[in-house]
Design a protein around this ligand. Structure first.
Ligand code: C2E
Ligand code: MG
Ligand code: MG
Length: 596
């Protein structure tokens, strides 16, 4: 740098003083100046030669005059092979004359052009570079040279390509993802070349259980193994994508007849006859497959995928009949399946759209007929379909995995509401919240209940969780631990709809249960023509022997109430006292009780 300043100073000094000298002095000075110019040129050349960006200098016709090392390295051509040649000869065939003419025009008019270019080097290797080309003019504004500076951006481009590739791929299985699948399917449909095109929708059965009991990383390995089996059944031209946790879709085309995709589906089904082995553990898994064919079952990707999924639901209904594990879509397919499918999609947004609310039904101490608790009952009011019964949508939410989110929402809002009533000075009551078995299967469930209690500042002794009797058919060991952890938090637990399931006394004794709720069908029997009182009586007696309290559900008549009172059933709920009502109406009941 210092040297450069020195030369510049010398040069300027020499030129300024030049006019005062004689000829002899001048010629020796000219030589000095030339020497200085030469040195300066050499220096510039060295700087340019060492530049990491490729540099090429041409004359005004484009004939190459000079190239640096970086240029020869990038292009693979030596300087001997390039100098004297026209730059056009090095251009890739990728770019037509129109592109080149445009670029030249800009350089000629504006003096500079810059853009990304793909070129082939001498060995035919494609490289990506950023080219900046500009013109050099003399003092009369005539172009005398062109300079091209090229920067190799192949690595950068490779990274960008990888990101693009990843955005079309599923990380776990390396299959395509939903975005790509839809793009590809719509693209194939738009080509409209062959009408033989179908979509297979695959969903593993009870996969959630595997994740819940054996852990997610184990579940991931099961999915990877399953993908290997799928790949053994499809052809190279079929497109396979993973579009959800355990959901896959396959696009099949160019086939002679339906048998092609039916055979593929059968092949996948059969591939699971051998158990999947992960970490030396053998797992029997099964899959449900739905198929929709273009154009009858859908004219675009969205419709085809949706209908293949509906068909898959149908197959899932026949989970235990091997021959019916594959289902073809047909337009008047079971209305119930279509409805479930529709609700399954709508319920995803029910919380965000504020379509859910909680109703409360009083639980009464039968001896005093005072409200001692309330059962929180979820309501879904859809703007188009109106009120939808929880008996209809809870099983759907259990199936599509949304029950955890919905269940937490109910729990948090019920605790918050009850805390508000307590803060307003009404005598404290217990809130009973229904819990799905699917929620209970989560090891983290007690922790999430604890978090909600803390968040809402709600005392756990006022919270009761209702669990359906079907839990006894579950892997009782896992659930037992979870129930004990809940009990440790100070929460009480009750068994709902008791009498409809298969609980054994032995099982009940092991569980930290403080209440049984007799199913309303048995309470109904008390007052009908059969006057069947044996079952409720047996439940009350059995519960007493186990020191468990009893709640009678669905009390509708005075006679039922009298019977329960006579037989020392502790608690009751039913239309006789109140239907489930919204929080405002329930608060009015609390006010009335306060001033009664
Ligand atoms: P459940 O827990 O057994 O709730 C009692 C059901 O009986 C409620 O139906 C209630 O409205 C109804 N009921 C109460 N008294 C009477 C009566 O005197 N006569 C008759 N006929 N019925 C009465 P609902 O609200 O339709 O709930 C149905 C089921 O949906 C519940 O049965 C429960 O299993 C489930 N559910 C409701 N909310 C939730 C929730 O937040 N989470 C979960 N997982 N399930 C819920
Ligand atoms: Mg209940
Ligand atoms: Mg019940």
């Amino acid at each position: 740098m210092n040297k450069k300043i020195n030369i510049n100073n010398k040069l300027n000094h020499s030129i300024i003083n030049c006019n005062n000298l004689n000829l002899c002095q001048r010629s020796s000075l000219d030589e000095t100046i030339i020497d200085i110019y030469k040195n300066k040129l050499k220096l510039f050349e060295k700087v340019l030669a060492k530049n990491t960006e490729g540099i090429v200098i041409t004359d005004r016709e484009g004939n190459i005059e000079w190239v640096n090392n970086a240029f020869t390295n990038m292009t693979g051509y030596t300087s001997i092979e390039t100098i004297g040649k026209n730059i056009i000869k090095l251009k890739s065939k990728r770019y037509d004359n129109v592109f080149c003419k445009k670029a030249w025009k800009i350089i000629l008019n504006k003096g500079i052009w810059s853009g990304e270019i793909l070129n082939k080097d001498k060995n035919g290797e494609i490289y990506n570079h950023l080219l900046t080309a500009y013109s050099i003019k003399d003092e009369y504004n005539n172009i005398i040279n062109f300079i091209g500076i090229i920067k190799d951006i192949t690595e950068k481009k490779k990274k960008e390509e990888k990101i693009k590739y990843m955005s079309f791929r599923d990380n776990l299985t390396d299959l395509y993802n939903r975005t790509f699948f839809i793009y590809k399917l719509d693209n194939e449909i738009s080509k409209n070349l062959n009408k033989n095109l179908s979509v297979l929708y695959l969903d593993l059965d009870d996969f959630k259980n595997i994740n819940d009991t054996l852990g997610h990383s184990f579940g991931d390995k099961v999915l990877q193994e399953f993908v290997i089996r799928i790949k053994q059944c499809v052809r190279d031209i079929d497109t396979v994508a993973r579009i959800g946790g355990d959901e896959f879709i396959i696009l099949m085309q160019q086939y002679e007849n339906k048998m092609r995709y039916i055979n593929t589906a059968n092949c996948i089904l059969n591939s699971l006859r051998n158990p999947i082995v992960v970490n030396k553990k053998k797992l029997e898994i099964s899959v449900s497959i739905g198929i929709a064919e273009y154009p009858n079952d859908g004219k675009n990707a969205e419709a085809l995928i949706k209908n293949a999924e509906i068909a898959m639901y149908k197959a899932k209904e026949n989970k235990n009949i091997y021959e019916k594990r594959i289902s073809l879509y047909y337009s008047d397919m079971d209305e119930k399946i279509k409805e479930d499918f529709l609700l399954s999609n709508h319920i995803r947004y029910a919380i965000e759209k504020k379509e859910l609310s909680i109703y409360y039904q009083p639980i009464i101490d039968i001896s005093t007929e005072k409200i001692v608790g309330a059962e929180a009952l979820l309501r879904w009011k859809h703007p188009k379909f109106g009120f939808i019964s929880p008996e209809k949508f809870i099983p759907i939410a259990e199936k599509n995995g949304l029950i955890d989110k919905i269940g937490s929402w109910v729990l948090e809002n019920s605790c918050r509401q009850n805390k508000e009533w307590q803060d307003k000075g009404y005598s404290p009551i217990k809130i009973s919240v229904n819990i799905s078995v699917n929620q209970l299967r989560q090891k983290s469930f007690p922790k999430s209940v604890f978090d909600i209690l803390r968040k809402t500042n709600f005392d756990s002794k006022y919270l009761e969780l209702e669990i359906t009797e079907s839990i006894s058919a579950e892997n009782i060991k896992n659930i037992e631990k979870i129930l004990h952890n809940l009990e440790k938090l100070g929460i009480s637990l009750s068994i709902d709809d008791f009498g409809t399931g298969y609980s054994s006394l032995g099982q009940l004794k092991k569980l930290p249960i403080s209440k049984l709720k007799i199913d309303k069908s048995f309470i109904n029997d008390i007052d009908n023509e059969h006057n069947n009182t044996e079952i409720p009586l047996a439940i009350i007696t059995m519960a007493k022997s186990l020191n468990i309290k009893v709640v009678a559900e669905g009390i509708e008549t005075k006679r039922q109430l009298e019977f329960l009172k006579d037989n020392k059933c502790e608690f009751g709920q039913g239309y006789l006292f109140s239907r489930p009502v919204d929080s405002t109406a329930f608060e009015k009941t609390l006010i009335m009780q306060k001033f009664a």
